[in-house]
Design a protein around this ligand. Structure first.
Ligand SMILES: N=CN[C@@H](CCC(=O)O)C(=O)O
Ligand SMILES: [Zn+2]
Length: 403
């Protein structure tokens, strides 16, 4: 079964050549992209869908979310808007609410959040554990997460629960908890920040997880200059996320990880992606991450929602893109790229086509997964030009129309 999607005013492919095609068409066949090119040259297909002069982008790749939670932190948000600063301790409020919720309700809540994201154009997403914080509840979160998200990250090292010795808790995270979650997760993450985990504790966790075969990610430099970025670089993590407070040495270290990467062919040795979370920066009133400086230094950048009840209760990637353009000084093409191809790079899903069966996401090219986001606008520029507007017109996820 093939579908020709035609009369596309602007097709922003975010492929390796950064092609933006005008008056274009795409053919999808099953879950894959089978053809792209000028609408006038399009081959016949079983079905034809006329986009009426709208813009088409890859679906958003949201590489950083925390969707497995119950409860709400409105009071904490209100206090912050009245001048309080964000501190890691709020995580315990969500931990208590999450532990007190049934499997059925936790699954329903997470699925509802995935639906919200997909209906706004997200077609591939990662989510994390981190609100269970004991073996039973971390394992449950990992298991449920593996049924609702495309990739799952183990974040047992999110906060040391009250009354527990930090070193003993770190040993639990590195030992029995890791063994229990392992069947359900691909990645491990640590909140390496004052009030959460020290550099030494974070390193212990990441090394144990790497030995268990997991890829690595780090929450780093969110609340102040700290060791997170350097640790991520040292351990060759796929991504370091937040990156609000960077010293010049941090930017250089991140740039250094990409010197063996050939961006033109998407081959070579991968570095550490800097994942910026602008909705979180605004909601916590932290300085926006220096995405412009990172890109200018040669660092690969992703944008993600960080959807969670404490610091960023939104899954709107369009909001992140608009903020990146309006406030972080990225071009529209750069911001969309960071929210699609950049997220795929951060999740190691940027390559793969017909030959290896692992289909790439985050860019529109033959053989890649058919993840398309149609805007109710003639160009992607409208994402920043009309911020906050409901611009998602249609979504294809793995070749199926999801909206
Ligand atoms: N910073 C650490 N973790 C989350 C927030 C968790 C919470 O406050 O519930 C984040 O990415 O911002
Ligand atoms: Zn996070």
């Amino acid at each position: 079964m093939s579908t020709l999607i035609t009369n596309i005013a602007e097709l922003m492919t975010q492929d390796l050549e950064h092609r933006v095609l005008k008056d274009a068409a795409v053919v999808i066949e099953g879950e894959r992209i089978a053809w792209i090119g000028a609408a006038a040259d399009a081959p016949a297909a079983d079905d034809v869908v006329d986009m009426g002069g709208r813009a088409v982008l890859p679906g958003w790749v949201d590489s950083h979310t925390h969707l497995l939670f119950a409860g709400d932190r409105t009071a904490e948000f209100e206090a912050r808007m009245a001048g309080e600063s964000y501190a890691a301790g709020g995580i315990a409020v969500t931990m208590n609410a999450t532990r007190g919720t049934s499997d059925f309700d936790l699954t329903r809540l997470a699925l509802g959040r995935v639906d919200e994201a997909v209906s706004q154009g997200t077609t591939y997403l990662e989510t994390k554990t981190g609100y269970g914080l004991d073996v039973e509840h971390e394992t449950r979160s990992a298991r449920i997460a593996s049924t609702v998200a495309d990739q799952v990250t183990y974040l047992g090292a999110h906060l040391v629960p009250a009354g527990q010795d930090p070193e003993e808790y770190t040993s639990l995270v590195c030992g029995p908890m890791l063994a229990a979650v392992r069947p359900f997760v691909q990645w491990a993450d640590v909140f390496c920040e004052e009030g959460a985990f020290t550099a030494e504790q974070s390193r212990r966790v990441l090394l144990a997880c790497r030995d268990a075969g997991l890829g690595l990610r780090v929450h780093g430099n969110q609340l102040g200059e700290g060791p997170g970025v350097q640790l991520a670089v040292e351990l060759d993590a796929a991504s370091v996320d937040h990156v609000n407070y960077l010293a010049a040495g941090d930017v250089d270290a991140l740039a250094g990880t990409w010197t063996g990467w050939d961006a033109g062919t998407g081959t070579g040795s991968r570095g550490t992606v800097a994942t910026c979370l602008p909705a979180c920066d605004l909601s916590t009133r932290q300085p926006l991450a220096p995405a412009r400086a990172l890109l200018d230094a040669g660092v690969q950048v992703a944008l993600a929602s960080n959807c969670n009840p404490g610091t960023s209760y939104t899954s709107s990637m369009a909001f992140c893109v608009a903020t990146a353009v309006l406030q972080m000084r990225l071009s529209v093409h750069e911001a969309v790229r960071a929210a699609t191809y950049g997220g795929a790079l951060a999740l190691h899903k940027d390559t793969g086509n017909d030959a290896d069966g692992e289909r790439a996401v985050g860019s529109i090219a033959v053989g890649h997964r058919a993840d398309l986001h149609v805007l109710n606008a003639p160009s992607a520029t409208h994402l920043a030009y009309r911020p906050g507007m409901p611009l998602t017109y249609a979504v294809w996820r793995a070749g199926k129309q999801a909206r």
